[in-house]
Ligand binder design. Structure first.
Ligand code: PLP
Length: 388
């Protein structure tokens, strides 16, 4: 159903900022490397439906998701010539569907190979598989012991199974304190490649780098990178940002740009007398005569309740502090110090307004949420649009 009424908040994606991030990352990884845009978790909250076509306009043709239901969503909005890869869960009953739709998927243990083979035979199309190998994250991935057997299986059934990729995922590439672990993982990955060579069957593409590795560990960039957080304009961690600053010999560099702005508008304005309580309970008592603006959204719309009495929004380019508790569908902010505010005025919840900005990080510092966690919790129902 297409909704016609206006939603209580909206998200804008800035295409020029995305293009900038893409150029920056591509420069880091070099020519001839496939850029796979990781759009799991509703494109890290940016909204698959809006984000994927925008990325395609900027030239992206490969998308990675965590599950078959996310793949289905990408499929419904993407171009015919775009590739989709499932890195995580795909139930056995959905494998024929994936093969039929030319969707690539990870095979993360030996037992999935015969299942993929049966599905490929049933559909009458070749399955494009990526063998994910266990290198030290102990999450998903084929064990070393099973690997030679898997390669023999692939050789024997090459009419039905394409050995498209060999991959692994780092457990914690954003932190240099994990370097010893990352080195071990990379070394083990190379051993898997050696086994391929020995068995005389090699993957079409090799890929292990996520954002942090793609930006800061050049030797982990093989034929493809799987980039999530960085394409949305976030440095994976301070470590990775400082690594970049050293590389370019600068004290700061706004090389990555946030593409995301979250907005709403003022629902109502009221005066509150000194001594009155604002909202539920007694969480906020007016210490003086105040002017309050009412926001038409709350924690059920993705605005964290932990920001009660702590967060801020932007109105007329000025910070307006939250007063009282975040309710399910409402919260209030203090605008006593901001002149010329009217009902219906635009409010920025995350992003820039005039010379002021509210970052996801300022948000997450108080809530203890990870950037990714905060973004991925933004309800899918919030409408997303692209702006230049
Ligand atoms: C999420 C994910 C990525 C992308 O990670 P970022 O740090 O956001 O770039 C890459 N590979 C796999 C397997 C993932 O699950």
């Amino acid at each position: 159903m297409v909704k016609k009424v206006k939603h209580s908040s909206r998200i804008e994606l800035k295409q020029s900022a995305y293009k900038n991030n893409l150029n920056f990352i591509k420069k880091k990884i070099g020519d001839g490397v496939i850029f796979s845009s990781v759009v799991k978790a509703n494109a890290y909250g940016h909204g698959i439906e809006t984000f994927v076509p925008m990325a395609e306009k900027c030239g992206v043709r490969h998308f990675s998701v965590a599950s078959s239901f996310e793949a289905e969503e990408v499929l419904s909005v993407s171009r015919e010539d775009s590739h989709i890869m499932i890195m995580g869960i795909i139930y056995e009953e959905d494998i024929p569907w994936a093969i039929d739709q030319n969707i690539e998927f990870f095979v993360y243990n030996y037992d999935r190979l015969p299942i993929a083979l049966e599905a490929a035979k049933k559909v009458g199309k070749k399955a494009k598989i990526h063998i994910e190998v266990e290198t030290g994250a102990n999450r998903t991935g084929m064990q070393k012991e099973e690997f030679p057997k898997a390669l023999k299986f692939l050789k024997k059934n090459k009419d039905h199974l394409t050995f498209h990729g060999l991959c692994t995922h780092f457990g914690g590439a954003e932190s240099f304190s994990n370097q010893f672990k990352l080195d071990i993982q990379h070394k083990r990955y190379k051993e898997f490649l050696q086994v391929c060579k020995k068995e005389n069957i090699e993957p079409e593409i090799r890929h292990i780098a996520c954002s942090a590795a793609a930006l800061a560990m050049k030797d982990t960039v093989y034929d493809m990178v799987r980039v999530g957080v960085a394409q949305y304009g976030f440095w994976p961690s301070p470590d990775i940002y400082y690594h970049h600053l050293q590389e370019v010999n600068k004290l700061s560099d706004a090389a990555l740009k946030r593409i995301f702005t979250w907005k709403t508008d003022i629902m109502d304005i009221r005066n509150v007398k000194e001594g009155e309580f604002i909202g539920y309970g007694t969480a906020y008592q007016a210490t003086h005569k105040m002017k309050i603006a009412v926001m038409p959204l709350g924690y059920s719309n993705g605005y964290p309740r932990a920001l009660s009495n702590r967060g801020q929004v932007l109105i007329n380019g000025k910070k307006a502090p939250i007063v009282g508790l975040i309710n399910m569908n409402l919260f209030m902010v203090d605008i006593t110090h901001i002149p010329d505010v009217n009902v219906g005025d635009e409010v920025v919840l995350i992003g820039r307004q005039k010379n002021n900005v509210i970052n996801v990080s300022s948000f997450t510092n108080t809530t203890q949420l990870l950037n990714n966690e905060m973004l991925s919790r933004l309800p899918a129902a919030i409408p997303r649009t692209v702006v230049k």
